[in-house]
Design a protein around this ligand. Structure first.
Ligand code: AMP
Length: 279
């Protein structure tokens, strides 16, 4: 695996690859690499000739400075895992490499209501930060294919919108949620859970499955109240548990079209999100 720290050098290398007809696949991450990330690398390896991963803990998407400070970093281990998975190139930029003008007065993106609901409501400014970093990474790497996880459902909608409103030409490939054996969605933040809470957090996925098994014949408000009750009884503080259409507009009752159940809870001072497509 080749490691690049400078955007200019990486961009020149990748342009040469593209000029000789190679398809570039890109997997952006914030490091603390786990099987979920590696599943994106595996998905990229099929259609892409060159798989590029990035590790960049983007300061502009953290609305909570404590969360940024506590974000797990183990670059040596990440390099080992990404190499093992067959990643061709790792982009490992510094903060000034991505934000040479500093972090103040950055561009704003017209994401509309998408950035003020659910994750956007509880993490103000988060999606502007995601837009700022992804716009930069996509302009440097110019991937033919971009691989992202459905685990961050709302983020996939934001990136799709970013691709639409900018002149970036890339195809977004959304990959399934990888889970631990007990159903907990894999996340870099899981490492901060106590072993007991990590076991108990299986309830998040169980709640989504419970809702999926009943949404066709139970009133949504009753079902969601029941789900919240189970999570709260187990000691999880629920920020939201909702059923929406594919674009995150709240859905009131069973009908045709895409329905998604999305959840965010706090456990052991760690914020966990998950979702399940119901239809
Ligand atoms: P992160 O490092 O958390 O920013 O995640 C980088 C990419 O990996 C994003 O596209 C995430 O959606 C994806 N990802 C994170 N966790 C999982 C998972 N459990 N299954 C599939 N993709 C994931």
């Amino acid at each position: 695996m080749l490691i690049f720290k400078e955007k200019q050098v990486l961009a020149e290398y990748l342009r040469r690859q593209q000029d000789s007809g190679r398809v570039i696949g890109f997997v952006p991450t914030m490091g603390a690499i786990h099987e979920g990330h590696l599943s994106l690398v595996a998905a990229a390896k099929g259609p892409a000739d060159v798989v590029v991963c990035s590790i960049f803990v983007n300061p502009t998407q953290f609305n909570d400075p404590e969360d940024l400070k506590k974000y797990p970093v183990d670059t040596a281990e990440d390099i080992r895992k990404l190499t093992g998975a067959g990643t061709d190139i790792l982009f490992l930029p510094s903060v000034p490499e991505i934000y040479p003008q500093g972090l103040a007065a950055l561009e704003e993106y017209p994401f509309g209501p998408l950035e003020t609901v659910l994750e956007g409501a509880f993490r103000p400014g988060h999606f502007q930060g995601v837009g700022q970093v992804m716009d930069r990474l996509l302009r440097i790497i110019r991937p033919d294919l971009l691989f992202m996880g459905r685990k961050d459902y709302q983020q996939t909608l934001i990136i799709s919108k970013l691709i639409d409103i900018s002149s970036i030409k890339t195809k977004l490939v959304i990959c399934p949620v990888l889970r631990e054996e007990n159903g907990l969605a894999m996340s870099s933040r899981n490492a901060r859970l106590s072993p007991g809470t990590r076991r108990k957090a299986a309830l998040i996925h169980e709640t989504l499955q419970y809702i999926k098994s009943r949404y066709q014949n139970t009133a949504f408000d009753k079902l969601l109240k029941e789900g919240k009750g189970r999570l709260e009884a187990a000691g999880f503080n629920t920020e939201y548990l909702v059923i929406t259409d594919g674009e995150l507009t709240p859905a009131e009752s069973f009908r045709d079209g895409k329905l998604v159940c999305l959840v965010a809870v706090w456990a052991d001072g760690v914020r966990l999100i998950d979702n399940m497509i119901l239809t």
